[in-house]
Design a protein around this ligand. Sequence first.
Ligand SMILES: NC(=O)c1ccc[n+]([C@@H]2O[C@H](COP(=O)([O-])OP(=O)(O)OC[C@H]3O[C@@H](n4cnc5c(N)ncnc54)[C@H](OP(=O)(O)O)[C@@H]3O)[C@@H](O)[C@H]2O)c1
Length: 232
Amino acid sequence: MDKGIAGRNVVVTGGTGALGAVVVDCLLQAGAICHVPAREARGANDARHERLHLVAGVDLVDEAAVDRFYDGIPQLWASVHLAGGFAMSGVTEATRADFMQQLEMNTLTAFLCCRAAVRGMRRAGHGGRIVNVAARPGLEPRRGAGMAAYTASKAAVAALTIALAEELKDEHILVNAIAPSTLDTPANRRAMPEADASRWLSPAAAAETILHLISSANTEVSGAVLPLYARA
Ligand SMILES: NC(=O)c1ccc[n+]([C@@H]2O[C@H](COP(=O)([O-])OP(=O)(O)OC[C@H]3O[C@@H](n4cnc5c(N)ncnc54)[C@H](OP(=O)(O)O)[C@@H]3O)[C@@H](O)[C@H]2O)c1
């Protein structure tokens, strides 16, 4: 089905990560022009498709760097915020720095990118689509034992998503999030060799959901934080 995304400019943060690379491939296949900010250049991977623009030297916790990156994108249609990361830590072992690292990596990056994306979409003047990535413990904090900082940072992403959807509802800018359970990634397979990976979420399924949320066919769904754990 045509997703109405061909030729449109889409930012994918974390587009060099495990989920991000699959999302970028899915969007390229749908005809999008993908802009991926990265802290470091990746060599051959940078030029794997003519519609993939990888911009190195962008740390997404740096306000000025985020704004500069978005200022360079013409006619922004959608912004998908997958940058983030996970840390386990019992509450008494976690330092202030550990807590702030989770908030910065997961919540601040999403906030700064949402803000810059909204400015870009207003400049383009045709509405837009934003998708953030929360996580299952962000929606179900009782599952966050041993990862309280991560859980709080992802719950904040979910709240940010809903608040922004409300703020932007008269501008045709739809804001949603996905809340995945454990993804089937090489890193998770290495970290949990005994686990039943057949119950994990495939990155391709997450990518299809994101593609639908940012498509022009989606005109009604905004302020949703979608649980992606039908089998977990
Ligand atoms: N994996 C799971 O089971 C799972 C489950 C639920 C939710 N999630 C969420 O899904 C997202 C993607 O997960 P993943 O497994 O694909 O993670 P990943 O492979 O570690 O990729 C994370 C990406 O985010 C980028 N990033 C992090 N901080 C950044 C910063 N300050 N500036 C620029 N880029 C930054 C990383 O870039 P560098 O390469 O430069 O570090 C990398 O491209 C994360 O937000 C994660 O919390 C994952």
